[in-house]
Each structure stands twice: as C-alpha cells, then as structure tokens.
Write a protein that binds this ligand. Sequence first.
Ligand code: ADP
Length: 192
Amino acid sequence: MMTPMSHRVQVKNTIVELLEGDITKQDVGAIVNAANSSLLGGGGVDGAIHRAAGPELLAETKTLGGCQTGDAKLTGGYKLKAQYVIHTVGPIYQAHDPLVPKQLASAYRRSLEVAEANGIRTIAFPSISTGAYGYPLKEAAPIALKTVIDTIRERDSFDRIRFVLFDPQTVEAYTRALDQLTQLHSDSLKPI
Ligand code: ADP
C-alpha cells in the first residue's frame, strides 16, 4: 500500500516541515543563509537575504572574517522578520569526492549548533548548495533531512525546523526524501 507523502513530521517535541516559499518572509527566530565563504554577499538566496535585511547586514558580515565551508556564523536580522540570520557555507558539488557530503551535513549541523547556543528555537533553512553550487537535489535532500533529524533527535532545543523551498522540483525532492526517512524510522518520526 502507498503511504501518503508527508510535508510535516514530529521528532520528539520538534516539528520538521517543508514549505514552498521565500525564506526572507519567514517569521522565525533565525533564517539560514546559504552564503559563500567571504560572507560578503552573492546571488541566489544570499542576495535575496541581503536585499531584504538592508545594508546593515553586510556591514556586520564584513566584520566576521568569512566562514569556512561546513561552518556557520550568526548575525542580526535587521529589516527581516527573523531576529537572526545564521550564515553557513555549503560545498560546491564535486561528484565522487567523499568530503562533499560531509561538508553539506556539517553546514546543517553547525547551523543548528549555533542556533542552540543562542537559544533560537525556530529555524528556517533553504536548500543549501543545490543552486549555484550545483549539488543534485536527489543527493542533497536526503542528506539535509537526515542530518537535521539526527541532530535534533539528540536534543530538546528546538520547536520548529522549516525547510523553505523555492520551487516545485525542490519541494518534490525533499518530500520524497522525508517520506523515505519516515518509512525507515516509523518508531521516532511521526507524520502530523
Ligand atoms: P548555493 O550557492 O548554496 O547553491 P543558491 O542561493 O544558489 O545557493 O541556491 C540554494 C537554493 O536556494 C536553491 O534551491 C534556490 O532556488 C533557493 N533560493 C533562491 N532564492 C530563495 C529565496 N528567496 N528563498 C528560499 N530559497 C531560495
């Protein structure tokens, strides 16, 4: 029998959900930026976040000395509804390089660690590395979801983790990956 695809699951006390939309509009504690290692702004979601937050965001990221691939750094949200921005740097895709999936997982894990250290309980993620950085959606979506779910499973630090996905293909890839994870871990992931 086919199980219906789920856009929302509960992991202990945390809701993990998928939404099609624009991350700059999210009313959450922090939105995550898929930045580049200079932290000086770029295209895609990075450009959209800087435009929506206003020039004070760049003034702050300039003081941070960049960010290594797989790491994350916190700034204010300025004109955004979100109180904070967590800037992380995903890898540029390179097939058959074993470091690349580890760096993608690290970008999600470090973002959650920075959020936890600052008491931020609601977080919105974009699909890191699957735009200009060329990571195939089919490979990136399961890594993104598994890393977030494994990280939050060990803690009781978050109320809601929302993946804000910009187009229907991205929503579809994440929905499939979430559905597969939910079937594998039916004991701990509850569709809601
Ligand atoms: P990367 O360099 O990490 O690949 P990109 O910004 O090029 O980052 O793309 C990452 C993802 O963010 C892509 O799926 C892209 O469509 C998406 N994206 C672009 N703008 C927004 C936005 N305003 N809100 C949410 N996602 C966005």
